[in-house]
Write a protein that binds this ligand. Structure first.
Ligand SMILES: CSC[C@H]1O[C@H](OP(=O)(O)O)[C@H](O)[C@@H]1O
Length: 364
């Protein structure tokens, strides 16, 4: 996507040296656009753990380059396996991370050690190109849903969408998942408006989705996480569209904490609840999301403290809870398939069911 007219992806190889990896430091957005140069697998692991880089497809792509960086240092079998385990362990919920590492290992294990570095960069590049193409396709399929909503409303009236967290281009290599259809609808002239859940505690909505939509000129309103149900009760939401970190073969959806509550409110108000995902986010080995998907528990300090820009324009962090108060911070929840209207994938839309997914992915 473009930033001030310049096209960017959210991960790229430094053209000056041809091997170091560039990402945006997403913990500094929306107030500062800082490019981070990653030169080792340890740099990549730190960036993923601290959420300088985040978003299910993107952490998979960056971890793939992390393995390439590791192989530049040492390309033996033992070193490669050890670094792969280290990178895969950086965050537990998004299946894309495991998927990307497994794909890299399957490609690299058969190769002699002296061929692995070049092959790793090439495969990581393919992972990036495929993600961007898949998300563009998700955009086209999701666009048809938004067009259908437009047909049910008076010509030109506002189409109100609600999204949770950030599933935009900066959560992927390009285009995004939940936001891709929104960008395309806006670009073709549909009158879309987005309710942006702030998405406590890391505020990916308030900081990242709002920044993305504002940069692209898409009308949007940031709301408290707890406001969505009220808006749905008052007919202010035509469709909920979110991303995901892992979808089971039966259609259960793991996503940022709070998604489940939005799905409950959507069902109670007969608001369509759609989930956008590339097939790299499907975990075909898991049937029951609630009992089988590992939920990341992050530091309580993300609850007790909040970051932002103060009145002097300085990025700072302040405490918002009393000294000594405990905090619990599950980072994801699982929305049962029964609450999901449908899934938007690169191959089209389907029901959030095993048959629905198999209809699009019969090879599985
Ligand atoms: C397109 S995947 C976006 C997905 O990833 C986010 O999690 P995090 O910001 O913790 O990496 C969130 O669950 C989004 O829906």
């Amino acid at each position: 996507m473009k930033i001030n007219g310049t096209p960017y992806r959210s991960v790229w190889i430094n053209e000056k040296d041809g091997w170091s990896v560039h990402i945006f430091d997403q913990t500094r957005l929306p107030f500062s656009l800082d490019i981070l140069q990653l030169t080792s697998a340890q740099d990549v692991a730190h960036a993923i753990r601290t959420m300088q880089v985040r978003g299910a497809p993107l952490i998979g792509a960056v971890a793939a380059y992390g393995l390439a960086l590791a192989l530049r240092h040492e390309s033996s079998d033992t070193a490669m396996e050890e670094q792969a385990v280290m990178l895969a362990a950086t965050r537990p919920t998004a299946i894309n991370l495991r998927w990307a590492i497994d794909r890299m290992l399957a490609h690299l294990r058969p190769l002699p050690a002296d061929k692995r570095v070049a092959a790793a960069y090439a495969e990581a590049g393919r992972i990036c190109d495929e993600d961007a193409a898949q998300n563009e396709a998700i955009g086209r399929h999701g666009l048809s849903l938004i067009r259908d909503i437009a047909k049910t409303k008076p010509a030109g009236s506002q189409i109100n969408l609600l999204t949770h967290c950030n599933a935009g281009w900066i959560a992927t290599v390009d285009w995004g998942t939940a936001l891709a259809p929104i960008y395309m609808a806006h670009d073709e002239g549909l009158n879309v408006h987005v309710w942006v859940d702030e998405t406590r505690p890391r505020n990916q909505g308030a900081a990242l989705t709002a920044w993305e939509l504002g940069s692209h000129g898409v009308p949007h309103t940031v709301i408290a996480d707890n406001a969505g149900g009220h808006l749905m009760q008052h007919g202010q939401v035509d469709m909920v569209i979110v991303g995901t970190d892992r979808v089971t073969r039966t259609g259960d959806v793991a996503n940022k904490i709070g998604t489940y509550l939005k799905a409950l409110a959507a069902q109670d108000n007969a608001v369509p609840f759609w989930v956008a995902l590339p097939s790299t986010t499907i975990d075909w080995t898991v049937a029951n999301g609630v009992t089988e998907i590992p939920i990341e528990e992050r530091s309580g300090s993300e609850i007790t403290h909040i970051s932002g820009r103060d009145e002097r324009g300085t990025l700072s962090k302040v405490q918002i809870t009393p000294d000594g108060s405990k905090a619990a911070n599950p980072a994801f929840d699982v929305t049962p398939a029964r609450l999901v209207t449908g899934l938007i994938t690169e191959r089209g839309c389907c029901a959030a069911t095993e048959d629905g997914l198999k209809s699009l992915f019969p090879e599985q």
